[in-house]
Design a protein around this ligand. Structure first.
Ligand SMILES: [Zn+2]
Length: 247
């Protein structure tokens, strides 16, 4: 297993993937935390980074609009939220970047050699708009990011086991990706199932991420017994899982 579950006083159970390079923090919150962010919760979130990874940071989050914009997160004195983007990146220490998810796929990049971190909210809409590839392009343009020295993480999200979609969604993927059919499973029921994690992993490999640095937790948010919020399972609960990366 390439993750462990750890109990914290601040956020309840969190999931820590492995490996996380020294000097960086990365974890996912669970059903034990609502995902609601305000100033006290933002403090609790960065306390966990300090206690479990000895990384001291201030949190930046984004409100997320299922778009493709990536913005730079910078260190500051207090939690802040970008209201127009779905991906955050930073080259500076003392920066924590938080993404909210409840079935969408969190994609996290860590380049320890060049001190670059990025956190991407990639649901199917973001994936069709190529948010992960566009964020990597921004990193290439604006930082010293090198995919060959980087780790990429695929966090808890709705997986092919549970991700039923309509034909109209399949069509959008077919328009966006020539090999989209490889990631559509028609053997699991009446409706097609989409393997967004596998599609994203293939894209990350194509951009230069090495196989042994591509860490897919394989965790499904929607499956019975999942310890994560799932919009499809509990639409009324309104909770969100957080993916938090910091340096
Ligand atoms: Zn599932």
């Amino acid at each position: 297993m390439n993750y462990r579950i750890v109990a914290t006083p601040q956020l309840g159970r969190i999931v820590i993937p492995a490996p996380v390079p020294h000097g960086f923090a990365l974890y996912y919150t669970t059903l034990d935390f609502s995902g609601k962010i305000d100033a006290p919760n933002a403090d609790a979130i960065v306390e966990v980074a300090r206690e479990h990874f000895t990384v001291e940071a201030t949190l930046t989050t984004c409100s997320q609009v299922h778009g493709f914009a990536a913005r730079r997160g910078t260190p500051g004195d207090a939690w802040r939220e970008c209201d127009t983007c779905d991906a955050l990146w930073s080259t500076e220490r003392k920066t924590a970047l938080g993404i909210k998810i409840a079935d969408c796929l969190p994609v996290t990049l860590v380049d320890p050699s060049h001190r670059v971190i990025a956190n991407i909210h990639s649901g199917w809409r973001g994936a069709v708009q190529k948010i992960t590839a566009l964020t990597i392009d921004s990193l290439w343009n604006e930082t010293r990011f090198d995919a060959t020295t980087s780790y990429a993480y695929l966090g808890p999200s709705i997986r092919v086991c549970c991700f039923e979609v309509g034909e109209e969604v399949v069509e959008q993927f077919q328009l966006a990706f020539p090999d989209a059919d490889r990631y559509v499973d028609r053997s699991r029921g009446a409706k097609p199932h989409l393997d967004l994690a596998a599609l994203t992993a293939s894209l990350l490999r194509a951009r230069g991420i090495a196989d042994d640095r591509l860490i897919d937790t394989g965790l499904c948010t929607r499956c019975d017994g999942s310890i994560f919020h799932s919009f499809r399972r509990d639409p009324k609960r309104g909770g969100r899982n957080l993916a938090v990366v910091a340096q």
